[in-house]
Design a protein around this ligand. Structure first.
Ligand code: FES
Length: 152
């Protein structure tokens, strides 16, 4: 049994029919082919799947797609302004805030909320806010540097 879903993703209205059990992560990746959002653990422990729903960060693997009815979803694909990267994307490049890059979309989506919600007054506060985004390469110090740089 499928249900209708109307949601705006990166500024584009999407109308789809999906099964109620489908997660936002699978809707994005499998159905809409927005594969910038990554699947790491698929149960809320790694942060690779982080996106924004109405400007708040969520783990899209823990979010049922139908709960986004009428809302605005932003993924890593929607962060840049045309050819101009978002300042957080620029900062990650400048500070080498990644090695393999798999966690990077989730890191950047969280990092944008870290600043927006005012949790970037110290490196310690940034580390705490970002603690749900795991990086197996251990790029943490460069990630914190990137976020602190954007904050200024
Ligand atoms: Fe969602 Fe790991 S894939 S938190």
């Amino acid at each position: 049994e499928t249900m209708p879903l109307n949601v705006t993703i990166n500024g584009v209205k999407q109308s789809v029919r999906i099964e109620p059990r489908v997660t936002l992560l699978d809707l994005l990746r499998e159905r809409l082919h927005l594969t910038g959002t990554k699947k790491g653990c698929d149960h809320g422990q790694c942060g690779a799947c982080t996106v924004h729903v109405d400007g708040q960060r969520v783990n899209s693997c823990l979010t049922l797609a139908l709960t986004t009815e009428g809302r605005q979803v932003t993924t890593i694909e929607g962060l840049a302004d045309g050819d101009n990267l978002h300042p957080m994307q620029e900062a990650f490049l400048e500070h080498d805030g990644f090695q393999c890059g798999y966690c990077t979309p989730g890191q950047i989506m969280s990092a944008v909320c870290c600043i927006r919600e005012g949790h970037a007054s110290t490196p310690e506060e940034v580390r705490e806010y970002m603690s749900g985004n795991i990086c197996r390469c251990g790029a943490y110090s460069n990630i914190v540097d990137a976020i602190m740089d954007v904050k200024q």
